[in-house]
Design a binder for this molecule. Sequence first.
Ligand SMILES: Cc1cc2nc3c(=O)[nH]c(=O)nc-3n(C[C@H](O)[C@H](O)[C@H](O)COP(=O)(O)O)c2cc1C
Length: 180
Amino acid sequence: MNTLECLKERRSIRRFKAEKIPHEVFEKIIDAARYSPSWKNTQIARYFIVESKDALESIASNCLMGFEHNIGIVKNAAAVAVLAYVEKRSGYERDGSFTTSKAAGWEMFDAGIAALSFCLAARENGVGTCIMGIFDEKTVAEAVNLPDGMCVGALIAMGYPDESPAPPPRKEISQLLTFV
Ligand SMILES: Cc1cc2nc3c(=O)[nH]c(=O)nc-3n(C[C@H](O)[C@H](O)[C@H](O)COP(=O)(O)O)c2cc1C
């Protein structure tokens, strides 16, 4: 699969087969995701994989703000990756001040790049993913024993796809692109 195919054909997958994802496959995915660009190569993204049925049930019940749509996805997933990041590195000077007017925004920027790399690498390995932004950060942090100094960027539901959704509509290039 070439890069353009992978970019255009990746879909958010929300229905998964019961099959577990081998640890070697997670390692292959992280091997690719770690090549993501990051602020001054700070490489702040970290991945906590939740894969036991009990732990997934617990995340579904306690961490998703009662949002039934995401609860259904997590209950059905083979695993959930908690994409976390080390705070106060990306976008910061050594003295702790912000480098730019984007302030702490670069942390989530780096986490977002890592998330897409993760999802594309998962797809290349046959694994479907769905990034989820609706979660309660405090209870997710507790669920994975997140170390101090780290924040949760996103949850990524994972599993071997049990659906092939059509691509949701995209805006026209002319709506997105401006030559100045
Ligand atoms: C930051 C972010 C948060 C998202 N949160 C959710 C979510 O909470 N639940 C969900 O089902 N999909 C979520 N999605 C997936 C989007 O709905 C999906 O990417 C979009 O509809 C385009 O579909 P595609 O990924 O198949 O191209 C999220 C995606 C992103 C990037």
